[in-house]
Design a protein around this ligand. Structure first.
Ligand code: CA
Length: 335
C-alpha cells in the first residue's frame, strides 16, 4: 500500500490554498466586516461571512482536469479558475490533482487513483467526491470503477462520455502512421510536456492515445469496461448510484458567451464539427452521466471551469455558483 516515500516522490496533489481561512460565525461577524476589505484583497476567494458551511461536504472534493490541463501554471494560474477558493469559502476541503496532460484514460486514471489514495491517507477520510472536467470526467469514472470503496460521488462537467465529434474527425482524417499524424502528435506531446513542466510535473505524454480515448470508438471500448452510470439510451440519464457511488453530470451548450474572451472564436470554429448542441468541444447528449443536473447551461467548454480568467456570460449562472451549489447538494446527501 501507500508508503510515505511514495507520497513525497511519486504523487502530485495540490491542497488548494486558503483552506479553512476566513470562516467566521456569530460575534466574529462585526470584526469580520471590519477586516473584510483587507482580507478580500488578500484572499478574496476564501473569505466568507455568511452561510460559510454550505459546501462543507463530509468527504474532500477532488478536482480532476481535462486534456492539456494542469493544476496551476507557474504556481499561480489555476485550471479551475477561482473554483477551489469559492468552494473553500463555503467550508469545503478541496484538492486539485494533476495527471498527464495528454494520455489514455487508463493511464491518467491510474495516476489519479494514486493521488486519491494519498488524499485519503492525508485527510483520514475514507472516501472522496470526484469532479472531473472534460477528459477528467473519464479519469474519475475509471477511479470509481476500479476502487469504488474510495469514492463517494463522481461528477463530470463537459465530458464526452460517448466521444467528441472533433476527436472523431481528427482520428478519421489523419491516416495511421502518416507524416501529418506524426507531426501533429509531436506538437501535441510537446505542448503537453511544456504545460506539465510549467506546472511542475513530468508525466508521460501520448497525444494519439489521448485522441483515441476521446473518440466515439475509444469511449465505446472504455464504456464497455467501465459502464457505471452511462445512459442506456442515446440521450437519456444514467443510474443515480452504482456500487455505492453517486453519479452526476452537467454541461453547457453556449459557444460565443463573452465578447472579451479570446478563446470564444476558437470554440466557435470547433463547434462546427458537431451535429448536436455542444459547448464547442463536447456534445450535449455525449455529456450525460448518472443524474443529469443540466445539459444546456449558456457556457462553453472553457466557461465550465470559469476560463479564461473568469470571462464567462454575465447573463446566466456563474460557474463558481454551480460548483458551490453542487457541493451543497453532496453535503445534503451526507457525502
Ligand atoms: Ca470563457
Amino acid at each position: 500500500m501507500l508508503r510515505s516515500r511514495d507520497v513525497c516522490v511519486n504523487v502530485r496533489v495540490t491542497w488548494a490554498k486558503g483552506s479553512g481561512m476566513g470562516r467566521m460565525r456569530g460575534p466574529s461577524l462585526f470584526v469580520g466586516l471590519m477586516v473584510g476589505v483587507v482580507l478580500w484583497a488578500s484572499s478574496a476567494q476564501a473569505f466568507c461571512w455568511w452561510n460559510c458551511n454550505t459546501a462543507k461536504t463530509k468527504y474532500p472534493i477532488v478536482l480532476a482536469h481535462g486534456a492539456a490541463g494542469f493544476d496551476e501554471l507557474f504556481g499561480v494560474l489555476e485550471y479551475w479558475y477561482g473554483i477551489p477558493g469559492a468552494l473553500q469559502s463555503k467550508g469545503a476541503t478541496v484538492f486539485v490533482t494533476e495527471v498527464s496532460q495528454l494520455n489514455a484514460t487508463e493511464v491518467r486514471g491510474e495516476q489519479l487513483l494514486a493521488q486519491v489514495e494519498t488524499i485519503v491517507a492525508i485527510t483520514g477520510k475514507p472516501k472522496v467526491n470526484l469532479i472531473g472536467h472534460s477528459h477528467g470526467g473519464l479519469d474519475v469514472r475509471y477511479v470509481a470503477s476500479v476502487r469504488p470503496d474510495l469514492v463517494a460521488s463522481v461528477t463530470s462537467v463537459g465530458t464526452p462520455h460517448k466521444g467528441a465529434e472533433l476527436a472523431d474527425y481528427l482520428a478519421d482524417n489523419f491516416e495511421d502512421g502518416s507524416f501529418t499524424q506524426a507531426v501533429l502528435n509531436f506538437f501535441a506531446e510537446a505542448l503537453g510536456t511544456v504545460i506539465g513542466l510549467l506546472s511542475g510535473t513530468t508525466n508521460p505524454q501520448d497525444g494519439l492515445a489521448a485522441l483515441d480515448s476521446l473518440t466515439s470508438a475509444g469511449t465505446a471500448v472504455f464504456n464497455a469496461s467501465h459502464p457505471q452510470a452511462i445512459p442506456g439510451s442515446s440521450c437519456g440519464e444514467g443510474a443515480s448510484s452504482v456500487n455505492g457511488v453517486r453519479y452526476y453530470s452537467w454541461s453547457g451548450t453556449g459557444v460565443l458567451t463573452n465578447v472579451f474572451d479570446l478563446s470564444d472564436p476558437a470554440l466557435g470554429l470547433t463547434s462546427l464539427f458537431y451535429s448536436e448542441a455542444n459547448d464547442g468541444l463536447v456534445g450535449r447528449c455525449s455529456s450525460h452521466l448518472g443524474d443529469v443536473i443540466r445539459d444546456n447551461y449558456f457556457q462553453n467548454h472553457l466557461d465550465e471551469v470559469n476560463q479564461l480568467f473568469g470571462l464567462v456570460s454575465i447573463f446566466t449562472s456563474n460557474p463558481k455558483t454551480l460548483f458551490k451549489n453542487h457541493a451543497n447538494r453532496l453535503k445534503n446527501l451526507g457525502l
